[in-house]
Design a protein around this ligand. Sequence first.
Ligand code: HEC
Ligand code: HEC
Ligand code: HEC
Ligand code: HEC
Ligand code: HEC
Length: 424
Amino acid sequence: MNSRTRLLFSLGFLSLLWFLPGQSARAETPIHHVSSETCKLCHKEIYKQWKGSMHAQSSALKDPIHGAFYGMVIGDPKKEGVKTKAGKYPVCLNCHAPNAAKDKVTKLDSKPAYSEGVNCVACHTLQKFNGIDGPGGKMMLGVKAYEASGTLQGPAGFKTVFEQEDDMFGGVIDDGNSKPNPHLGKSVELDGKTIASMPMQGNPTLMRTNDACMGCHDKRNNMKKVPLCSTGDEYKTGNIQASCTSCHMPVNNGIISHSMGGGHDKTMLKSSLVFSLKSDKKGNVLKTVATLKNKQPHNLPTGAPFRNIYMKLTAYDAQGNVVWENAKGHPMKDDADAYLKLVLLGDDGKPTSPPKATQLGPDNRLKPYETRKLNYDIPAKDVAVVRGELFYNLLWPGLVKRFEGKLPADLLAPVSIAMSEVTI
Ligand code: HEC
Ligand code: HEC
Ligand code: HEC
Ligand code: HEC
Ligand code: HEC
């Protein structure tokens, strides 16, 4: 058969398929194009938690901070065919818009499943984790670190031999009504609408372990091989049993929480450490010790390199006037130890931004489970109260300045996460 007849033959074969009785010509929606709005029809509570999380804001169309960097380093998230300076598909999308990355699309507003970023199906189709170390030292990040499935993956899964009628799981209970289960191999009816079958496989090996997170959260280097975030490496430094989901996906009201809070979540931040203050009078000085204990198996702060925490320590007199402070304003100059941060450096040894960094600089963030003591001698005269307060910041002060007026003010403002006070 020459190539022309082969072509004609296969065309004929295709058209035969097309007209086979009972066959629909309409292609089924691939599972990675299914929007979270579909899952919301039944999983309302989980949808609400996810919608409020950074996973739902992770695309450059939704996260203002990521969007600002994406715009500077890569380009317009509403254009097709966007490439990096090296002519490659933007690696960011492998983690920030995984469904678009599977299709090598860069126009993120062309489908809800793309602009939704890390949506339901982005995680619930991950089948096997291969690690992020690819052949030849190449990093395989985000969706590249996984084998993806065309079938939904669940922590338990269902035995499809059961008929829907004897669904032993009882269905998602919402508004007092139980919902039909579309994961048993058949389409179902809900409120007069047909919901296509979405079969489910049990995959506890992935869904109930850190494998569900590490493809995107282990480590990422910039072009110059400088690790920008390395939550996974931090975690691996200890012999640690606490899984990521034990803190980030606790069970609330019988449902596994999908809020997955971090640096954008004040409640989570407040739970991240133990902060206490001691102040003993020795002659004319108050020997003062601030103790910070990191409760996490990863650094505090972890994640993106520009996350940071600083401490303000202030002594007041009985009238509430400030008589001493560890620093005027931000402590970065007067009290560098009270400013917990990672510094990235350029070739000239000067601090620089993540895309330009060529080496790691000083890193005094709290290590996993570390207890850090900061000591101060405060002149005791007139002091009635010593107060310490910790502030978390999503961005370094330099970036805050640069983005002033360009990013929402609440993303730039320091967030108070802990306070401790001693009355003398
Ligand atoms: C970042 C990854 C991720 C995203 C995004 C995600 N899930 Fe999950 N989901 C998980 C993991 C991991 C588990 C299992 C956790 C465990 O067993 O400890 C899970 C569990 C579940 C469960 C079982 C809950 C239970 O209480 O047994 C349901 C249902 C579910 N997810 C639905 C959804 C829906 C609907 C969405 C979107 C609105 C979604 N998930 C988004 C990772 C994710
Ligand atoms: C028509 C209703 C309906 C829709 C739509 C629906 N589900 Fe479900 N789902 C159920 C029911 C019913 C169960 C079983 C009872 C339960 O877990 O509450 C279930 C269970 C699950 C589980 C738990 C499986 C396990 O192993 O424990 C996951 C994960 C899940 N669904 C994900 C999704 C995702 C992702 C979507 C959207 C792509 C979705 N579901 C859409 C009804 C639905
Ligand atoms: C497909 C990639 C992917 C997977 C899988 C994934 N995440 Fe994420 N996660 C992201 C991205 C991207 C962001 C950042 C969103 C942003 O800030 O733009 C993020 C953000 C977060 C945050 C930070 C929220 C904040 O407030 O800044 C936490 C916590 C988190 N993920 C936990 C988890 C956990 C736990 C798992 C495993 C159950 C997981 N993630 C699985 C991609 C992923
Ligand atoms: C003991 C509870 C605990 C465990 C276990 C834990 N985390 Fe966290 N995680 C936190 C808290 C609290 C925060 C908020 C403070 C911070 O940013 O360090 C946080 C923050 C984060 C962030 C947000 C970073 C950002 O830029 O906003 C990510 C991502 C994250 N964790 C991922 C993980 C991963 C991946 C694992 C498993 C290897 C894990 N965590 C294990 C409690 C935990
Ligand atoms: C390996 C997966 C991965 C890749 C690739 C990746 N990121 Fe991220 N990115 C994350 C995760 C996870 C977070 C949030 C948690 C954290 O801080 O670690 C994040 C957070 C960010 C943030 C902070 C967002 C916020 O709301 O504060 C910016 C900015 C960012 N990424 C930009 C980029 C850009 C630009 C690229 C591509 C050049 C990129 N990222 C590539 C996983 C990735």
